[in-house]
Design a protein around this ligand. Structure first.
Ligand SMILES: [Zn+2]
Ligand SMILES: [Zn+2]
Length: 365
């Protein structure tokens, strides 16, 4: 049962009952018109499956983006202590974001997180009584993992956000070499057949920045999401020699990644406050209130770290599960768009039944 993030983005949280175990796959936060919202646990508590959130026994956090992990600390404040599994990198990145956005009770939440989180590695296997969990690299952003659950000879794979293609910091996802019965898949573009990765334009942004610098302009690039500043920084560092100034958020994020042996910064990277500045330069900052300065061109373009439509089709074909449950899969605004189901229906080798799971509806397999 999706408690959020069914056919939409935000507050991803999928309840899964395996025998007596009550599992959450992700526990994210959503934003509507700037107002945060949580997964809808009331919907779950009004089913016969659960009487109290204290009965949640395990939580698997796929990666550190807030739409998948942002509600976890609040959830832990009101539940008993479930086992929470995530990679070490995901833990560090969540910690980084929380320490940036939350004041006050953050230290309590951090202590809670520290006390319940089991930091897992790729290929690690953890038994939970009658079933076990194994983790695999998902691509997308550093630390992202897929979770494979094996229960009574059946295998369930939860992808979280993933990517087949390399991103600046990750190689593509790992394909499990076992038969998957049930695939629970974050299919951001599973209903957008016209979406090609080219639209994901990270290289275009780099080209544009290069062009502006050549014209003697400086560039202010606004970082919108956790990792996107450093992904761009990594590419810029290999393409440019001009100074690149980093705000506190990007700077400390780089340090976190460097703690995990991912080299980010180069000699031409400076803290945003460093003076005197050399021009032209590039500023990467999360703060939109960069003071007006005629020397700067402001860039605010986003880029993609997800699979495009063709990759999504390819992913499902390679896994070839009996059932694919698509979540995190907003509808298309283009009436001519097809879905992965419509495309794979005509593929003789594909054995997959598709379910586009809606929030608060129960699906039994
Ligand atoms: Zn993500
Ligand atoms: Zn997501």
């Amino acid at each position: 049962m999706p408690l959020g993030g069914g056919q939409s983005i935000g507050a991803s949280c999928y309840f899964l009952k395996l025998g007596n175990s009550n599992i959450l796959l992700d526990c994210g936060i959503g934003f509507k018109h700037g107002v945060p919202f949580a997964p809808n646990f009331h919907a779950l508590l009004s089913t016969p499956y659960l009487q109290s959130l204290a009965q949640i026994s395990q939580i698997f956090i796929s990666h550190a983006h807030l739409d998948h992990a942002g509600w976890l600390p609040d959830f832990l404040m009101q539940s008993q202590s479930p086992a929470v599994c995530m990679t070490d990198m995901t833990f560090n990145l969540i910690d980084h974001q929380l320490s940036n956005f939350q004041q006050g009770d953050y230290s309590i939440k951090r202590e809670l997180l520290n006390s319940v989180v089991t930091r897992v590695s790729y290929a690690q296997q953890i038994p939970f009584g009658k079933w076990r969990a194994t983790f695999a690299q998902a691509g997308h952003i550093p630390g992202a993992m897929m979770t494979l659950l094996e229960f009574r000879n059946r295998r369930i794979l939860y992808t979280g956000d993933y990517s087949i293609a390399d991103t600046p910091f990750t190689s593509g996802c790992y394909f499990p070499d076992v038969d998957i019965d049930l695939l629970i898949m974050c299919g951001l573009h599973a209903r957008h057949s016209s979406y090609r990765r080219l639209h994901g334009k990270l290289p275009f942004i780099v080209q544009k920045i290069k062009r502006l610098l050549k014209e003697g302009r400086s560039v202010f690039y606004r970082v919108r999401q956790l990792s996107k500043g450093i992904e761009l920084l990594a590419l810029l560092n290999s393409a440019l020699n001009v100074p690149i100034y980093l705000d506190d958020f990007v700077l400390r994020l780089s340090e976190r990644l460097e703690d995990q042996f991912i080299r980010i910064r180069r000699e031409n990277n400076y803290p945003l406050g460093a003076a005197p500045k050399k021009y032209p330069n590039v500023v990467l900052s999360k703060d939109p209130r960069f003071p007006f300065d005629p020397r700067y061109e402001r860039l605010d373009e986003d880029f993609a770290l997800h699979d495009d439509f063709n990759d999504t089709v390819e992913f499902i074909k390679r896994i070839n599960p009996k059932t694919a449950v698509l979540v995190h899969s907003p509808p298309s605004l283009d009436p001519f768009d097809a879905t992965v189901e419509q495309v794979l229906m005509n593929d003789a080798d594909c054995r997959t039944q598709f379910v586009f799971a809606n929030d608060f509806e129960t699906y039994v397999f």
